[in-house]
Design a binder for this molecule. Structure first.
Ligand code: BDR
Ligand code: CA
Length: 321
């Protein structure tokens, strides 16, 4: 079993990432670290705790991370984030308030301690802004050398989704993402290049509703909200992008994607701020620290997602009639 920490801004597709991880026998979820992004950090960690309890995993600890970008002193949810994920981050679906609360230790310290304890046996999957990871690198110079990281973020061969250049997670804190990319850390980038090829429709969410369980109802309601938002923002796709769960799926099985070995950077100045692109200064460096996914086995991933998450949702209490 591989130990995994999920760094989430929960978020509807973050919810699917978390449930995919919980449903994967190959993974031991040792913690969730919260970040801001789709929602305020307090909303995100509330969702993490509530979802963990709903799916019978209240033993997984949740840690609070940095509340805003590394170059800012506050954070406000963007209108587009609230439109796509709902004001509460989970498509206005209502699930019971969590009984548990966040840990005292900070997310950054938990990330550092875990990497020092477990080394290669641990994978960190980050599906929000890269602020917590950059803070861990700044605090512990050995973090970048030791950590194995998969991120959902960026776009190499396709345009961004918040601007022609920038993808949403990178856009929240381009400086943090640049610090991560240029740190030499072992990072696999799961960007829009592949996540926008993996789509879910109401045909699949109907299967979760048919289970007649509280977990199935919750996932169907939240994901239908997300699918509806995509009908407005990206009608040409015909479904919602499975961004964050694909990153978890790749942590389980890297053969789901084909990758380009490359050294990357993030533009931090000018109109291309937030663009993820090859680092020209390291073009001739024979050592490539990053892998960028450029191809994905869509059918196999969708099969794994439906199989795993449906099994997890089936195992929650029956809905009250
Ligand atoms: C990413 O941005 C967020 O809105 C999603 O949760 C995902 O992590 C997609 O660009
Ligand atoms: Ca996310």
């Amino acid at each position: 079993m591989t130990k995994i920490i999920l760094d989430l801004d929960t978020g509807i597709d973050d919810t699917l990432a978390l449930t995919y991880a919980l449903a994967s026998p190959e993974l031991d979820v040792i913690g969730v670290t919260g970040t801001y992004g789709n929602v305020l950090i307090e909303t995100g960690t509330r969702n993490d705790l509530a979802i963990l309890e709903l799916f019978g995993h209240s033993d997984v600890p949740v840690f609070t991370g940095e509340p805003h970008a590394s170059t800012k002193d506050s954070f406000e949810v963007l209108d587009i984030s609230a439109f796509i994920h709902g004001k509460n981050g989970i498509g206005e679906a209502e699930i019971p308030d969590p009984k548990g609360s966040v840990q005292e230790q900070s997310a950054v310290d938990f990330l550092i301690d875990s990497v020092n304890t477990y080394g290669d046996d641990l994978v960190i999957v980050a599906t929000g802004p890269m602020t917590n990871l950059a803070a861990a690198i700044a605090k512990d110079p050995s973090f970048a050398e030791k950590a194995r990281i998969v991120i959902m973020g960026g776009a190499l061969t396709v345009p961004g989704n918040v601007s022609p250049w920038a993808e949403a997670n990178i856009n929240q804190d381009p400086d943090a993402a640049n610090a991560l990319f240029r740190s030499g850390a072992n990072v696999t980038m799961i960007g829009l290049d592949v996540t926008l090829q993996t789509l879910l429709t109401v045909k699949e969410t109907a299967k979760w509703r048919e289970l007649g369980t509280v977990g199935g109802d919750f996932l169907a309601e939240a994901t239908d909200y997300y699918i509806k938002a995509y009908e407005t923002t990206a009608p040409h796709l015909g479904g919602c992008g499975l961004h964050d769960p694909l990153a978890v799926a790749v942590a389980v099985d890297p053969s789901l994607v084909t990758c380009l070995d490359i050294n990357m950077k993030v533009d931090c100045e000018g109109e291309t701020r937030g663009r993820t692109i090859g680092d020209e200064e390291k073009l001739n460096d024979p050592k490539k620290s990053m892998k960028v996914a450029v191809g994905v086995d869509v059918e196999r991933f969708l099969h794994e997602l439906m199989e795993r998450i449906t099994r997890l949702a089936a195992d929650t209490p029956a809905r009250e009639s």
